[in-house]
Write a protein that binds this ligand. Structure first.
Ligand SMILES: Cc1cc2nc3c(=O)[nH]c(=O)nc-3n(C[C@H](O)[C@H](O)[C@H](O)COP(=O)(O)OP(=O)(O)OC[C@H]3O[C@@H](n4cnc5c(N)ncnc54)[C@H](O)[C@@H]3O)c2cc1C
Length: 456
C-alpha cells in the first residue's frame, strides 16, 4: 500500500492526496447512517481526467480498490469508505465547460453542484430538470452514479433521461466517450444508460453532456390536507389515472408534517393525516386549469383544505415544507431514510403496508416522498445507542422490501442498492438477471477494484 501511495505522489505531485487519519475519517461515511463503512486508505482529489486516468492505471497495477465519491450525500452507502481503498473525490472537477444553446445541452465536469448547474443555465433562459431534494449540495457525478430522482421526475423523468453522453475513465485508465450531442443515436449498445446508476462500480465519470430544455414558466403551487393517509394516496392515484402531469406531486404524512412544523412553526394543519404538494409549470391559464383538476381529485377523495400560493415567495415557502422533511425527521434521533416504490396505481397499498409494518415492529416512522412516481421515503428514527430499536427497524425494513417486491415494486426507487440493500437485489431482480449484471461487472472490472462490495 505504501508503494501505491508513493507512486501516486511521484506520478501526480500536484494532486491533493490526504493520508492523515482525521482527513480519512471525514470521508468514511455518506449519509447512510445505519451502514458501517471502512476507513479509506487515503483520499485523492484529482482535478482533471488525466489525473483520474493515472490514478486508475496505478490502482490497477497495484490492485488497490477505489471508491468514487461526489458530495457524499448518498443514502445507500455507495460512496462510503471501503477498508484499504482509495477514495477518489471528484468535487474539484467542478467546471461547467459549455452551455450549447444550438443543441440544448451543457457539458459539465462531475463535481458541479446540481443547483449551480440549474442556476447557470437559468441565467440563459434554459432548464436542467433533475432536482433531487439534495440539489443544493449533491453533485452531477453523484446524480449520475445513482441515477438520482427528485421532485420533478413525475413530469421530466430521472437523471438518466437528461444524460446524452459521458466521458468515463475505465478501471485500467482508458478513457471512453459513450455518446455525443445527438438526440437520436443508436450506434451499438447504450453505454451511457449502463453507466448511469452503476454507483461507481463500472467506471469513473469525468465529464457529462446533459440535456437542457427551454425554461418553463414559473410554477403554480398548492398544498392539500387529508384526513387519512389512504385518501391522499387515492387522490394521487386518481390524478395519475386521469392523465394529469403536474411537475411536482409530493406527499408527507402526519409525523413529518408535525416534525417540520415543530422545527419551523409554519402553521401547517397538524390535525391532517397527510398533505400533498402539487405544482404545475404549464404556460398561461393551463397551470391554473391543471391545479384546479388536481384540487378536484383531492376534494373528491376527502381533502379537508387546500392552500394555493398567491405569489412566488409563498410558493417557495410551500415547497420548502417538503424540502425540510428529512432534516426535520433527523431532529428526532438517528434517521434511516428508505426508498421503496410501487406501480403508481398501488400507492395507497404501499402507504398502508408502511403503516402496518411500522406498527407491527413498534418503530417510529414518518413517510414522505415522490408520491406521483409511486416512490416513498419511510424514515425510521430511533435514539442513538438503542441497539434493540435499531434491530426492530432493520426487521421492519426487510419486511417492507418484501412487501414492495410482492407488489411488483422496488426496494429502491432512486437511492440505489449501494452497500445497504445488496441482500435484496436478487430477490427483486432474480438470479439470472443478477448473473448478467455480474458478467458485465467482470467484463469491465475483472479485478473487482471499482467500488467493491457495492451493488453486487
Ligand atoms: C436531505 C437529502 C435529500 C435527498 N433527496 C434526494 C432525492 O430527492 N432524490 C434522490 O435521488 N436522492 C436524494 N438524496 C440522496 C443523494 O443526495 C443522491 O443520491 C445524490 O445523487 C448523491 O450525490 P453525491 O454527489 O452526494 O454523490 P455520492 O453520495 O458521493 O455518491 C453517490 C454514488 O455515485 C458514485 N459516484 C459519485 N461520483 C461519481 C463519478 N464521478 N463517477 C462514477 N460514480 C460516481 C459513488 O461511488 C456512489 O456510489 C438525498 C440525500 C439527502 C441527504
Amino acid at each position: 500500500m505504501t508503494d501505491f501511495l508513493d507512486d501516486l505522489r511521484q506520478r501526480l505531485p500536484a494532486m491533493r492526496l490526504l493520508t492523515d487519519e482525521g482527513d480519512r475519517e471525514s470521508y468514511r461515511r455518506d449519509e447512510t447512517v445505519h451502514f458501517e463503512p471502512g476507513l479509506p486508505l487515503a483520499v485523492a482529489l484529482p482535478s482533471s481526467t488525466d489525473e483520474v486516468a493515472e490514478i486508475m492505471r496505478l490502482a490497477t497495477s497495484h490492485r488497490v480498490p477505489v471508491v468514487p465519491r461526489g458530495a457524499g450525500s448518498g443514502l445507500s452507502g455507495g460512496s462510503a469508505g471501503v477498508e484499504g481503498a482509495l477514495t477518489i473525490v471528484l468535487t474539484r472537477m467542478n467546471a461547467i465547460l459549455e452551455i450549447d444553446h444550438g443543441n440544448l445541452v451543457a457539458v459539465v465536469q462531475p463535481g458541479v453542484i446540481n443547483a449551480d448547474l440549474k442556476t447557470a443555465v437559468a441565467q440563459e433562459g434554459l432548464f436542467y430538470a433533475p432536482d433531487p431534494a439534495s440539489y443544493e449540495f449533491c453533485t452531477i457525478g453523484g446524480n449520475i452514479g445513482t441515477n438520482a430522482g427528485g421532485l420533478c421526475c413525475v413530469k421530466y423523468g430521472v437523471t438518466r433521461d437528461a444524460i446524452l453522453s459521458l466521458e468515463v475513465v475505465l478501471v485500467d485508465g482508458r478513457v471512453i466517450r459513450t455518446g455525443g450531442r445527438n438526440v437520436k443515436d443508436v450506434a451499438g449498445y447504450s453505454l451511457t444508460h449502463l453507466f448511469v446508476g452503476s454507483q461507481g462500480t463500472l467506471g469513473i465519470v469525468t465529464e457529462a453532456t446533459v440535456r437542457l430544455r427551454p425554461a418553463p414558466p414559473p410554477k403554480r403551487t398548492m398544498l392539500a390536507f387529508f384526513p387519512t393517509l389512504e385518501s391522499a394516496g387515492r387522490a394521487v392515484a386518481a390524478m395519475t389515472a386521469a392523465g394529469l402531469e403536474p411537475c411536482t406531486l409530493e406527499l408527507m404524512d402526519r409525523t413529518v408534517i408535525g416534525a417540520v412544523d415543530d422545527w419551523h412553526a409554519l402553521g401547517l394543519d397538524r390535525s391532517a393525516a397527510a398533505l400533498l404538494l402539487i405544482e404545475s409549470d404549464r404556460p398561461g391559464s393551463a397551470a391554473g386549469d391543471e391545479l384546479a383538476a388536481g384540487e378536484a381529485a383531492c376534494t373528491d377523495w376527502g381533502a379537508t383544505s387546500v392552500v394555493r400560493a398567491t405569489d412566488p415567495t409563498e410558493a417557495d415557502w410551500l415547497r420548502q415544507v417538503r424540502r425540510l422533511a428529512f432534516r426535520a425527521m433527523e431532529r428526532f434521533g438517528v434517521a434511516r431514510m428508505e426508498d421503496v416504490g410501487a406501480p403508481r396505481s398501488l400507492l395507497p397499498e404501499l402507504l398502508s403496508a408502511i403503516q402496518r409494518i411500522a406498527a407491527a415492529h413498534e418503530v417510529r416512522c414518518g413517510t414522505f416522498g415522490h408520491a406521483g412516481d409511486g416512490n416513498l421515503h419511510p424514515t425510521f428514527v430511533w435514539d442513538r445507542g438503542d441497539a434493540e430499536a435499531e434491530e426492530r427497524v432493520q426487521a421492519a425494513c426487510e419486511e417492507l422490501y418484501r412487501a414492495a417486491i410482492a407488489m411488483g415494486g422496488t426496494v429502491t426507487g432512486e437511492h440505489g442498492i449501494g452497500a445497504a440493500r445488496r441482500d435484496f437485489l436478487e430477490l427483486q431482480r432474480g438470479a439470472d438477471a443478477v448473473a448478467v449484471m455480474r458478467s458485465i461487472k467482470t467484463a469491465l472490472d475483472p479485478l473487482n477494484i471499482l467500488n467493491p462490495g457495492k451493488v453486487l
